[in-house]
Design a protein around this ligand. Structure first.
Ligand code: 13P
Length: 313
């Protein structure tokens, strides 16, 4: 059942978090829906503009709709991740998404407010919720690469005014996480005093954490053992920090890198171990199983397992 994140956030605030997972392929869509239904846990399936255009805008959405038929008990939202106005307005018109992100975080405060407000106005006419971003994350997301030097934490003193002026429904904050596999190279992890200050100023308001992948060391080792050359210094957000952030109002945790690393490990090991095979179905099936396992563990970590039963729609 497709549900607005507003309802999901109302249920989870301060208690558990909803994983928002970027999908690119059929295997990921199926793995996610299968895990969500099995765990009885809500999730947000999210599509970046680059993922949407990888095949055709209809393709991933059709796969999501098919997965919802195959797993009818799955409870999920469909979110456009990191859109600009063009993507956001397209998503609103399409009626396929019940949540969108307008990412104007690289602009100054006034421009960010202006751009976000315009998107919120259109989205709300159709009951679509809007995630905005204040502060700049470092790292790589699709074709956006943000230099470490540009990255700056969200200023808590700005959050109330931003939410008030824009009417956005949730806020992505820059509190130390970054996109990609090389987070925290020299950094200090999540800045909890900033999260605390934001929560004091915006009580009960849903906060979004981008850059939520754990970047498991064992996965990196396995990828490199099977021919990869990922930098050993790759690191992500520790499970403890992710869990701790929930009490500070973090409701949505974005995950993409971990599922890409999983894809890389499964396929590299397959080609290393069975060089005589050339059937995409074999590693595809392994990936779906491993993806499902990964998501079941993630739902457990975030406290989301079993929570669908307590929800009234
Ligand atoms: P990761 O790179 O940590 O998976 O973060 C993804 C993300 O924030 C997508 O918006």
């Amino acid at each position: 059942m497709q549900i607005s994140p507003k309802i999901l956030f109302g249920h989870c605030y301060g208690k558990f978090a909803i994983p928002a997972v970027n999908v690119f392929t059929m295997e990921q869509v199926l793995g996610l829906f299968c895990a969500g239904e099995r765990a009885n846990a809500p999730f947000i399936v999210q599509i970046t503009p680059a993922a949407r255009d990888y095949a055709h805008p209809e393709m991933l959405i059709s796969m999501i709709n098919a997965a919802a038929k195959i797993y009818p008990k799955a409870v999920y939202s469909v979110h456009m991740d990191h859109g600009n106005e063009e993507h956001a307005f397209d998503a609103i018109l399409s009626n396929d998404y019940n949540s969108i992100m307008i990412d104007a975080s690289h602009d100054n405060f006034a421009d960010n407010v202006k751009r976000t407000k315009a998107v919120v106005k259109e989205a709300h006419k159709k009951g679509i919720v809007v995630e905005a971003e204040l502060g700049v994350l470092s790292g790589v997301e699709d074709d956006i690469s943000i230099d470490e030097k540009l990255a700056k934490y969200t200023q808590p003193s700005e959050v109330e005014e931003f939410v008030e002026l824009t009417g956005c429904d949730s806020l992505a904050v820059a509190v130390g996480t970054s996109h990609g596999a090389y987070k925290f190279s020299g950094g200090e992890g999540i800045q909890f005093q900033i999260l605390e200050d934001i929560q004091r100023r915006l009580p009960q308001y849903p906060i979004v954490l981008h850059g939520g992948s754990a970047v498991n060391e064992q996965e990196i080792k396995r990828i490199n053992k099977a021919g990869g050359t990922l930098r050993e210094g790759a690191s992500g957000v520790s499970p403890d920090e992710i869990v701790k952030s929930i009490a500070y109002g973090v409701c949505k945790i974005n995950i993409a890198t971990d599922t890409r690393l999983l894809w890389t490990r499964v396929h590299r090991e397959f080609f290393r171990d069975a060089p005589e095979l050339f059937d995409p179905v074999i590693p595809g099936k392994t990936y779906m199983k491993e993806y499902e396992k990964f998501m079941l563990e993630k739902f457990n970590l975030l406290g989301a397992t079993g929570t669908v039963s307590d929800m009234k729609f």
